[in-house]
Design a protein around this ligand. Structure first.
Ligand code: FE2
Length: 499
């Protein structure tokens, strides 16, 4: 069915308007609105939903061409048909620019009007579709651009996260230097990256750790920064982009500082002399160094506190051991045995460090046991033994107050648990006993058996080994005993510290 349209006819000649009205009255398919001049027409356009406009060209005040332009400005999807006795190409070009405009040459027959309406309405559909397509295209183009920007931003955030997460994993300064060069390899296209540490009051420097994109290369092949350059970077405390010696590659050298004092340089090298570092890469490198510097500062502080604290606590252990000449260096030996066993079980570096702390401090709780009991030469009474049995809890409480050795605290608490659940203080059984505590337990007993005590002489190694073997599965974890026996048979558990 033909679409019902509102058609506006504009002419200063009343008779033309009448002809239109009469012609469309009979068809009733379309509604005819009329205006005697351009201004009146514009008012109607603004208040009625006009679908199409026929206008005379020559009109006083506002001519048809100007009206067409104004209608276009208001809504360029309303087709305007100019009725003119003088059609010209100039007019056509002028008016076709902004919307749908057509012409009908006077004089015309009313039979020509409906085909003209169909034609301009079809043109309008085409015109609107084009606008929509164009808008769609622009939108898509904009969307692609925004998406590209977003992807770039996401990548930046990912790089920042990568840096922060990696730096966060550093447990020691040495770890951090390794992470630093590896991250440099990830965030820049460098072929190699080195961390130089200044020694000897900044007079010397040496490579502490390196990254090579080509894994076959070693520090021997490294493109080094010259001493003068290194000292300049350190002296000025700012990054330098430099040519490698003999024109080999491009190097960016960034100083690392603790409390504004340079202590090292991160040097990132691109071998190809025509390739260099991008602005963003330099930005990320600076970000990396800034974060690494503060991490190193914290780690150095922590390592310092950690070492101080450990030394202080170990001094307590030495005091306890000094009270009993028979137990001198017991803790140091237990740690050695335990670490040897732990290495064989495939423990991580982190676990070895935990074992070192807990091994050396495992009997620190004996500080709370009276000398009369601790140093008693003869057999202990049941009550005295109960007091001795408190030392793992006392020890773990001492460590617990520090809040920094949670795992070590548990190892110390449970170093007298038995695999069959008959130990103390919590009667933990089997795998409920922390793994490192199970290792410590074997090491502890073996060292005790092979050391003279106030109440008995030391056992020969082979006898002590048999005692450990006999208690496999009851007192000790059988898997750990197997490893212990294997290490002992290879002669790897013999060298005891002695005074
Ligand atoms: Fe103990």
């Amino acid at each position: 069915m033909e679409e019902h349209l509102k058609i506006l006819v504009v002419d200063d000649e009343e008779c033309i308007l009448d002809i239109f009205k009469r012609y469309f009255e009979s068809s009733k398919n379309h509604t005819i609105l009329t205006a005697g001049n351009g201004f009146e027409a514009l008012e109607i356009i603004k208040t009625e939903q006009v679908n199409c406009c026929f206008t005379d060209l020559a009109m006083p005040k506002l001519d048809g061409l100007e009206l067409a332009r104004k209608i276009n400005q208001y809504d360029n999807t309303i087709p305007v048909v100019v009725m003119t006795g003088y059609p010209s190409m100039d007019i056509a070009i002028e008016t076709l620019k902004n919307g749908v405009v057509d012409f009908i040459t006077k004089p015309f027959k009313m039979e020509q009007i409906l085909p003209t309406i169909s034609r301009v309405m079809a043109s309008r559909t085409h015109f609107v579709n084009n606008i929509l397509l164009k808008e769609e295209y622009e939108k898509t183009k904009k969307l692609v651009k925004v998406n590209e920007e977003l992807q770039g931003k996401i990548k930046d955030v990912e790089t920042i996260n990568l840096i922060l997460q990696n730096l966060d994993q550093a447990a020691s300064s040495q770890d951090l230097f390794k992470i630093l060069v590896n991250l440099t390899g990830k965030i820049t296209p460098c072929d190699e990256a080195h961390f130089y540490l200044f020694t000897n009051e900044m007079n010397d420097y040496e490579i502490i750790t390196s990254f090579f994109r080509n894994e076959k290369r070693t520090t021997d092949d490294a493109v080094l920064i010259e001493k003068e350059t290194a000292q300049k970077v350190a002296g000025d405390g700012i990054p330098y982009l430099i040519k490698g010696s003999n024109g080999i590659g491009n190097i960016i050298a960034i100083p690392l500082k603790i409390k504004s004092k340079v202590f090292g340089i991160l040097a990132s090298v691109i071998h190809h002399e025509n390739k260099s570092f991008g602005e963003k890469e330099i930005y990320f490198l600076n970000f990396l160094i800034e974060k690494a510097s503060s991490s190193i500062e914290n780690l150095a502080l922590y390592e310092n506190i950690y070492e101080n604290l450990f030394s202080t606590l170990y001094a307590f252990v030495e005091t306890i051991e000094a009270r009993d000449p028979y137990t001198k260096l017991h803790s140091a030996n237990v740690s050695r045995y335990a670490i040897a066993i732990a290495r064989e079980t495939g423990c991580s570096h982190e676990e070895i460090v935990k074992l070192n702390v807990s091994g050396n401090l495992h009997d620190i709780g004996k500080i709370g046991i009276p000398d009369s009991i601790l140093l008693k030469p003869g057999q202990l009474t049941v009550d005295e033994y109960e007091i001795i049995k408190k030392h793992p809890v006392i020890g773990s409480n001492i460590i617990g107050h520090l809040g920094m050795w949670t795992d070590e605290q548990a190892i110390i608490r449970h170093h007298h648990e038995r695999f069959d659940g008959r130990g103390y203080p919590d009667r933990l059984k089997g795998k409920n006993i922390p793994f490192l505590a199970r290792i410590l337990s074997v090491a502890d007993v073996f060292d005790a058996l092979t050391t003279d005590r106030s109440y008995r002489q030391k056992m020969p190694d082979n006898v002590a080994v048999e005692v450990v073997r006999e208690n496999s599965g009851s007192q000790f974890d059988p898997k750990i005993v197997d490893i212990f026996l294997d290490l002992h048979s290879k002669g790897l558990l013999k060298n005891k510290f002695n005074l």
